[in-house]
Design a protein around this ligand. Sequence first.
Ligand code: CP
Length: 309
Amino acid sequence: MSELSVNHLLGIKYLNNDDIKLIFETADHFKEVINRPIKKVPSLRDITIANLFFENSTRTKLSFELAEKRLSADVINFSASQSSVKKGETLIDTVNNILSMKVDMVVMRHPNPGASVFLSNHVNASIINAGDGAHEHPTQALLDSYSIRERLGSVRGKKVVIVGDILHSRVALSNIFALKTQGAQVMVCGPKTLIPKYIDKLGVTVETNLKKALNWCDVANMLRVQNERMSVSYFPSAREYTQQYGVNMKLLKSLDKEITIMHPGPINRGVEITSEVADSDQAIILDQVQNGVAIRMAVIYLLASKIKQ
Ligand code: CP
């Protein structure tokens, strides 16, 4: 296969296994490029990309911008907090005004689930979802699987547990879709109140005991408790959460085998993961960030190839 089956990257649920393989093979090439002394290729000199961030971001925003610049695309950045959205302009009006400046592709982070799908139905540009509320974060899941493939050789057959606030997490949902599509076994672990009721329909198992979950898995992906999406308390206290669902070195050392630790960031050190674990050789957290640039270059390059046809 030489092209993606989709014209937008709205969510992992729209990708098949061949799409993911193609993205990974293309990312392998770009990873080699970004480790050269001259880290740029001229592939997208004729493409203009707008990065629209309606919600805060450090990693995703910088990673997309760097990926676009490494591909030689023209880049414009928009941050909702400094824009005319504050004066009441709608999403469609905002994007159509930006597109009238001859923009080919839009990378968008938005607090509302479905915002990217909505946009793709209303504007004439290729849309990449950079995180939409508690729905999907497709490039995060791609870079997560790519990092598992890099560390463990493959994703197929691996046992991955996603730990923490599954209910409010777009990273969890996109990872479940990506891992299942590639043939991994997936478990979720956390307090019952933070696990959605429909979760078994996604083909994952549920474990509320962290030590049992860690003894089962090859990889643990630790999630942050997303207080910004909570209007009520889902557990008695942060201290109690850490006691039951935080990973520390003593717990890792008590396991039957050495497991790989992942985290999408931002980390709340001392809550879901201690600094000792986050900074240990078992953690691949900064590899995930580094791989994000190659994965985003691959996604942008493959979608841009479809615009040019
Ligand atoms: N992992 C992630 O999406 O981080 P940011 O919110 O900093 O982009």
